[in-house]
Write a protein that binds this ligand. Structure first.
Ligand code: NAD
Length: 492
């Protein structure tokens, strides 16, 4: 059965994709197939091969063989060369990858091209630069020589969601292989296409077979098999809280593999009345919640505005939300928001909107599906008159829905902002430096943005407090999660 297929996007752009499972540098058939849907139309794009336990075993065996067959002890500079080569190929084929994300996920092509591709490139190149910089320490111990070495773990598993799957795939692969590990990453069954294109680039870059394996499959089949696999030494998961719990359970019940979890959020975004540039704060806040249709883990979904500027902020925010162009992801310039990525996600978000109305919040703007289309489009939505006990204030909606509330002072807003089980990110807008520092320290979140929002960079750690997970991606700190430290003590 030929697994290669040519896809033509609504923009008339042609991309060749191999729909097989990428194992041992070959595209191979799976246990069954999954239809992937274009969320702008609700129509099937194509079918891709799906892994179950048998194919997961094949992928892990290939990764194990590659690990012991030379990658573990490979020259760091060769690892770096291959990673830089892969980055160059991603840069060359950036348009293919961004077209596939727009087709499969529905995010605007321009966003994928201008935001996601640079994040992938910077991650590959940042960790390529780290391959020969993994240092241990020399420690004097009772007159003997002791030193530490940072060794790779072995086969690392990665499981990624559908919202920014292509970026997160690289975020699992780059630090893992930089340290001399090999990987098996499962892409989301909802958006497998860009991962397949990326797989072909791995082969073209010249990585030895088995170092990077990329599979697609359902969570309860392929994901569970990977999380329970006895030969997988570490699993890095990005996705929902409930799946994160299942991954920890699987790790605990199998080989106690190391786990890192990047989970959901309910991030507060705080606007003080001394903000220097209110229009800029509105712009950041709009993008902080509505980018990729609100399907962003660190989306600023609870906005708190100080009493004195509440009305002005609300009017400006509403005007910008109302003028936001929701529609065809392939319109290069115009579109700011595409559809929700799947029908399930669309229904989930619409249910939250209904629950907000039913619980007595005011739907101040939006709150409806976009009319006249079969796609999963939802208007940018604003709720006011919200209370902390409402579902829309407590649970992650993962859609274009924001709740805007008032606050009095620092103590009041810190208490409200921290009143969540999540702790992924937070935003603060103020011109007072002392207040910015004080409140950044008080917020229980892994990232705090001051006078900006959504600034993500490969050289800074990203991860959660509380139930947003543990472990860090990005920055030097991430490498601790992909190595184990050995102490060697020599009696000279
Ligand atoms: P999800 O948890 O449903 O699925 C994520 C991945 O896990 C998919 O590949 C899925 O197939 C797999 N999976 C599902 N059940 C599994 C199981 N029992 N065992 C192993 N794997 C399983 O999440 P989603 O709906 O794809 O993504 C949305 C969630 O991801 C949101 O909660 C969002 O906040 C979170 N997210 C977090 C970050 C972060 O960095 N913190 C980034 C992006 C998305």
């Amino acid at each position: 059965m030929p697994l290669e297929t040519e896809l033509i996007t609504p923009a008339g752009y042609k991309v060749l994709v191999n729909t097989g499972l990428f194992i041992n540098n070959e595209f191979v058939p799976g246990a069954n197939t999954i239809e992937t849907i274009n969320p702008s139309t609700g129509k099937v794009i194509t079918s891709v091969q799906a892994a179950e336990e048998e194919q997961v075993n094949l992928a892990v065996d290939a990764a194990e063989k590659a690990f012991y067959g030379g990658w573990k002890t490979s020259n760091p500079r060769e690892r770096s060369r291959l990673m830089n080569k892969l980055a160059d190929l991603v840069e060359r084929d950036a348009e293919d990858l961004a077209q596939l994300e727009a087709l499969d996920n529905g995010k605007p092509f321009g966003f994928s091209y201008a935001v996601e591709i640079p994040l992938i490139l910077s991650h590959l190149r940042y960790y390529a630069g780290f391959c020969d910089k993994l240092h241990g320490k020399v420690i004097e111990t009772q007159g003997k020589l002791s030193y530490t070495v940072h060794e790779p773990i072995g086969v690392c598993g990665g499981i990624v969601p559908w919202n920014v799957g292509m970026v997160l795939l690289t975020w699992k692969v780059a630090p893992a292989i930089c340290c001399g590990n090999t990987v098996v990453v499962k892409s989301s069954e909802v958006t497998p296409l860009s991962a397949l294109k990326f797989s072909a680039l791995v082969k073209e870059a010249g990585f030895p077979p088995g170092v990077i394996n990329i599979i697609t499959g359902y969570g309860l089949k392929a994901g569970e098999a990977l999380a329970r696999h006895m030969k997988v030494g570490k699993i890095s998961f990005t996705g929902s809280l409930s799946t994160g719990r299942a991954i920890m359970k699987a790790a605990a019940e199998s080989n106690l593999k190391k786990v890192t979890l990047e989970l959901g959020g309910k991030s507060p975004n705080i606007i003080f009345d001394d903000v220097e540039n209110l229009d800029e704060a509105v712009w950041f806040s709009i993008n902080g919640i509505y980018s990729i249709g609100g399907q962003v883990c660190f989306g600023g979904s609870r906005i708190y505005v100080q009493e004195g500027i509440y009305d002005t902020f609300l009017e400006k925010f509403k005007a910008m939300a109302a003028s936001r162009k929701v529609g065809d992801p392939f319109q290069d310039k115009g579109t700011e928001q595409g559809p929700q990525a799947s029908e399930i996600q669309f229904k989930r978000v619409m249910d939250y909107i209904e629950s907000g109305k039913a619980e007595g919040a005011t739907c101040y703007h939006g709150g409806k599906a976009k009319e006249g289309t079969d796609g999963y489009f939802i208007e940018p939505t604003i709720f006011t008159d919200v209370t902390p006990d409402m579902k829309i204030m407590k649970e992650e909606i993962f859609g274009p829905v924001v709740a805007i509330s008032k606050f009095k002072d620092v103590d009041d807003v810190v208490a409200q902002a921290n009143n969540t089980t999540y702790g992924l990110a937070a935003g603060v807008f103020t011109s007072n430096v002392k207040r910015a520092v004080t409140i950044s320290n008080a917020l229980e979140a892994g990232t705090v943005w001051v006078n900006c929002y959504m600034l993500v960079d490969s050289n800074t750690p990203f991860g959660g407090y509380k139930q947003s997970g543990f472990g860090r991606e990005g920055g030097e700190d991430c490498l601790k999660d992909y190595t184990q430290i050995k102490s060697i003590k020599i009696n000279i």
